[in-house]
Design a binder for this molecule. Structure first.
Ligand code: PLZ
Length: 447
């Protein structure tokens, strides 16, 4: 074994190409090495080892090129190795990689905070703390909301996902695999019904009434610090709430002194054609959490909220060694620049206009597709038995496996594993989407 990792700088053509069995021999060899040294708790949805990527294509060590419909779960939203992001991060690497912002600060952290203040919903004064991961953003959002309100209770919704730390494990809907055996879990977390039009058939007003009544009965507003909600649920299966649901909850929170927090970790940063998905629903949250797509693949997350809420944390109460790292912050500034200069918000609409009708056409052919939903480049199909609406996870697994063999990287989701989610980068071409749809069509035909 050598100490050098294989890297290649040859350009990545925007085309699908399958040249070996999937996974190929080099991936299989790497997987053997991995099994000896990486614990089984860390799985691989598709054990092909990726060597390089650009735009909407990832290339594995065997030379197979995949159409990437997952973008690393919504991280490389403006495309893999975006030229401007690479240039900004490279320049930053050469000038300064670390000081620790709470010791000796630097400009890019401040710039990211300014950009988040500008682009999150609401025109009031906002402040931002930068951290390393989505879960860390959730932890800090809750921490600040508790300090601001002097209350302990944390409310979340059915089918939510918020992370893998101790507090966020307790906030997830699904125990397995995220929390099984990892207790004791954090207390004071309460789960309320969400709005899930495909299954509950409720209007936004009706669903909000049910959620509020549940919270009032099981917790009581007086003990509730915050309500944390993904405007479109990510891991839960791209569940889009009925219109009016989110603003009604915000209204109740405001009236009762509860901080309402938008977990925009998966739905934010231009993915849905707005900087933050909350905008589509007319929701102006008290606090917005961003991560994933914010820095084009580098680890960065932000907690942005009303200035008075954010300033309730005492001096020294917020921070962390790597939070707002200069290289990640420089990359984030480039991501915001690219969204503006390349008109990427509009690209999400273009993707929806190709992808959604394509999936609706498949739904007409294959009754197992019960629901097609989502906004922009955040679209999903839910597979169910046509008569009973019972989840069909086996069909999801089979379609994703078939697509992978043909060079299409497709992610699954949903509490019951019966959702296929499409969250490509905003630079994917219409042709690649159409090509992927043809393969997914074949996959359904083969069921
Ligand atoms: N909130 C809405 O989607 C991360 C999880 C990947 P971290 N979702 C992908 C995995 O298997 O661990 C996520 C999210 C929402 C919070 C998080 C947590 O973000 O950056 O993974 O901590």
């Amino acid at each position: 074994m050598t100490d050098t990792l294989s890297v290649s700088s040859s350009p990545v053509t925007q085309e699908r190409r399958v040249v070996t069995a999937i996974p190929g021999p080099k991936s299989q060899a790497l997987h053997e090495r991995r099994l000896a040294v990486v614990p089984v708790g860390v799985t691989a949805a598709l054990p092909v080892y990726i060597e390089r990527a650009h735009g909407a294509i990832v290339v594995d060590v065997d030379g197979n090129q995949f159409i990437d419909l997952g973008a690393g779960i919504g991280v490389t939203t403006i495309g893999h190795t975006d030229d401007a992001v690479v240039a900004a991060a490279t320049a930053q690497l050469e000038s300064l990689t670390h000081t620790l912002f709470t010791i000796t600060p630097y400009e890019s952290y401040v710039r990211v905070a300014e950009l988040l203040a500008e682009h999150t919903p609401g025109t009031f004064a906002k402040k931002t703390v930068l951290v390393n991961s989505g879960a860390e953003a959730v932890e800090n959002g809750v921490k600040i909301a508790r300090k601001f309100t002097g209350r302990n209770g944390v409310a979340v919704l059915d089918h939510a996902y918020h992370g893998r730390t101790n507090l966020t494990m307790a906030m997830n809907f699904k125990a397995a695999p995220y929390a099984t055996g990892f207790g004791p879990l954090a207390g004071d977390v309460y789960r309320a019904p969400n709005s899930y039009p495909f299954h509950d058939g409720l209007s936004g007003t009706e669903a909000a009434k049910r959620t509020i009544s549940y919270l009032e009965k099981t917790v009581g507003a007086a003990d509730l610090a915050c309500l944390v909600v993904e405007p479109i649920q990510g891991e839960g299966g791209f569940v889009v709430p009925a219109d009016g649901f989110l603003p009604a909850l915000q209204e109740w929170c405001t009236a009762n002194g509860v901080v309402m927090i938008a977990d925009e970790i998966q739905s934010g940063m231009a993915r849905t054609g707005a900087y933050f998905a909350s905008e589509h629903f007319g929701w102006v949250p008290d606090m917005v959490l961003s991560a994933k797509g914010i820095a084009g693949g580098l680890p960065l997350a932000g907690v942005t909220g009303r200035a008075d809420i954010m300033d309730s944390a005492q001096p020294g109460g917020l921070g962390g060694t790597f939070g707002g790292n200069p290289v990640a912050a420089a990359a984030a500034v480039a991501v915001f620049d690219q969204i503006e200069s390349e008109g990427l918000l509009a690209e999400a609409g273009r993707i929806e206009r190709v992808l959604k009708p394509g999936l609706v056409a498949l739904q007409e052919k294959y009754p197992v597709i019960g629901d097609v939903r989502g906004i922009g480049a955040m679209i999903a199909i839910e597979l169910v038995s046509p008569d009973t609406h019972e989840p069909d996870a086996a069909a999801v697994t089979a379609v994703a496996a078939y697509a992978a063999q043909k060079g299409v990287l497709l992610l699954t989701a949903g509490t019951y594993g019966n959702v296929l989610r499409f969250l490509p980068s905003l630079v994917i071409s219409d042709d690649l989407i159409t090509e992927a749809l043809a393969i997914i069509d074949e996959a359904f035909a083969s069921l």
